[in-house]
Design a protein. Sequence first.
Length: 372
Amino acid sequence: MHIETFELERNQSLYENTVRFNLTESGIHPYTLRELLSEEQQQEVLDLRLGYGQTNGDPALRQTIADLYPGCGPDDILVTNGSAEANFVAFWSLLEPGDEVAMMLPNYQLLYGLTRSLGCTVKPFHLREELNWAPDLDELASQMSSKTRVIALCNPNNPTGSILSSDDMQRIVALAREYDCYLLADEIYVGSELDGRETPSFMGLYDKTIVVSGLAKSLSHPGLRIGWLAGPREVIEGAWHHHDYTSISTGIISQYAANIILQPAKRREVLDRGRALLRTNVPVVEQWAAAHGDRFHMIAPRAGGMAFMRYNFDINSSELVTRLREDKSVLLVAGDWFGMDRYLRLGIGGNTDELVEGLELVNEFLLELEGG
Ligand SMILES: Cc1ncc(COP(=O)(O)O)c(C=O)c1O
C-alpha cells in the first residue's frame, strides 16, 4: 500500500526536538501529571493495575465522553490512541476503493493522505481567505455525487483557526442528508475559542454524524494519547473491529487521567487556562505580523493553537522553513505542507517568552534574507 509522506508530522518527527524554538505545535502548552492530579489521585495512579482494560475504552470514561454529545451513550463511543487513530480507524473501516470523500481544505493532512492511500478520491472544498476563511459551499455542492461516502471537515479548523457559522453548518448537514453520506467532523479544537463561546458540535444535527476529538489540542494533554470517535453504532462497531488490528486498547494510566480532565469542572479549568494563553499570544503574533507591513497578511484565528498567514517574500515556504531552521534553530510549518505555498503556520499555544524570542529570530532571518 502506497502512502504519501505526512509532511507536517515527518518534519516535526525529525526536527521538533532538535531546534531551540519549536513553533510548529498546534496545541496548548501541556500539563505535567503533578499539575493535573491531586495528591490523592497521584496515589491512586500508583495502585492502578496495568492490564489491557476494556479495549474500546473504560465504560466510565466512555460515559464521560458520551455526556459531551447530545443523544450519545457509552456504546456510541470508541476510545483511541489520539484522535489520529480515531480518524484512521474511522476511514479504514468506512471507505472502499472508488469512494469519494468531500473534504474541507486546508486541513490536517491525515485524512487527505489516508483517503488517497485507500484508493479513494478527495473532492476538495476550500476555505476562502477572501471570505475570512469561511468555506465555499457552492464548491462543496458541486463536488457531491452518488459516490460521496463522507464529507470530512475540521471545525474549528487547523490551520486557519476559523469556525463555521451555524448557517454553514446547516447547509453542510443538508448536503450530507441529500446524498445520504456520513459527515465526519474533527472537533479537536472545540473549547479553544478566543471569545469563550464553545463551538457547537455537529453531533445531534444529523444521524450519520461522526465526531473525532481528543485531549491533544484544546485540552492540553497530547502526551496521554487519548482520542475518541462518537457516532452511529454501526460505525463505532466497525471502527472497534479495526482498532483490534491497530493498538487493541489505550493505556490504563491515560484513561484514568482522561476521566479526570473531562469532568465538567476540570474540563472548564483546563480550557480556561488554554484560552488565557491564546489571548496573550494572539496579539503578540498580530503585532509582530503588522510590524512587517504588507509582507504578512494574517486573519486572526478565532480558535486553536496556531496562526496562519500569507507572506510576501520571494521564497518558497519549504525552503524558508528549512533555512530558518538551519540558520536560527526555529521551526515553523510551511504552507507547502498544507498544499499552500507562500503561507506559514505558527504555534501560539506555548510559552509567551519563547514565542517572542522565536519571533525575534525570525525577524533576524528575514532581514538577512532581504539583505542578500
Ligand atoms: C485537526 C487535528 N486532528 C487530529 C490531530 C491528531 O491529534 P492527536 O494527537 O490527538 O492524535 C491533529 C494534530 O495536530 C489535528 O490538528
